[in-house]
Design a protein around this ligand. Structure first.
Ligand SMILES: C[S@@+](CC[C@H](N)C(=O)[O-])C[C@H]1O[C@@H](n2cnc3c(N)ncnc32)[C@H](O)[C@@H]1O
Length: 222
């Protein structure tokens, strides 16, 4: 692809594959330590689809509330850790490895959930991603998401230019350029409104945002 977007997204997935063994360290940091408690205050229920599940930090919490969880991620290394975490908690989930920029749902779910994924979806893929999500939600179902707040931009090494990327370094010293958008709550709700969603996006304690979205006119989108 001429603008290099595919290569950037391949590199982003490669970064997370390499980061998998050290990924959970972030959940030991202040701010993240109790973050997954947020699930208790979010409208998560029924048959749940989790996109970009990572090491399963959220999958366990979702599985405690859902009738079933299907968790998708592109990194087999992440999925291995997630699978072990869910089993260790005595819970059950179905895991699937897929590239979310190509993946399509085979059925619909009551809740579609994603944490710290939307900020890695580039603007050029934003509408297509939400169209995929629309195909995964049952009539009356909800999309629930958690992500970093716009204010967190100052904590990252933002790459100058219009690619909406940051630089991250792994423990082996390797440096990776990945997509990172810093959505602010109001702007994101308005953007989703233009795509046919009714969304409530609010700041959550600790530099995060939480969002709940429903299709505004389901019949128009089926
Ligand atoms: C910031 S992590 C979030 C993980 C988890 N949701 C959490 O909050 O801890 C982003 C996740 O997206 C996954 N990912 C990156 N690119 C992907 C792609 N193209 N398709 C599917 N998953 C992808 C990574 O493997 C990683 O697990």
């Amino acid at each position: 692809m001429s603008d290099g977007l595919d290569a950037l997204l391949d590199g982003q997935l490669a970064y997370y594959r390499a980061r998998a063994p050290e990924y959970d360290e972030v959940y030991a940091e202040r701010g993240f330590r109790h973050l997954t408690d947020l699930v208790e205050r979010l409208p998560v229920s029924g048959d749940v689809l989790e996109l970009a599940c990572g090491t399963g930090q959220w999958t366990v919490r979702l599985a405690q509330r859902a009738t079933h969880v299907t968790a998708v991620d592109g990194a087999p290394e992440m999925l291995d850790i997630a699978r072990r975490r869910v089993e260790a908690a005595g819970l059950v989930a179905t895991f699937e490895q897929a590239d979310l920029f190509a993946w399509q749902p085979r059925r619909r779910y009551d809740t579609v959930f994603f944490a710290f994924w939307l900020s890695h979806v580039p603007p050029q893929r934003f509408a297509a991603f939400w169209a995929t999500v629309a195909r995964a939600v049952r009539p009356g179902g909800r999309v629930v998401f958690v992500d970093t707040d716009a204010a967190e931009r100052d904590t990252e090494r933002v790459v100058p230019g219009d690619r909406a990327t940051v630089l991250r370094t792994l423990k082996d010293g390797s440096e990776h350029e990945i997509v990172k958008l810093f959505h602010d709550a109001g702007g994101l709700a308005a953007e989703l409104g233009k795509l046919g969603w009714t969304a409530q996006v609010d700041p959550a304690d600790g530099g995060f945002i939480r969002g709940v979205a429903r299709l505004t006119d389901r019949s128009a989108r089926d």
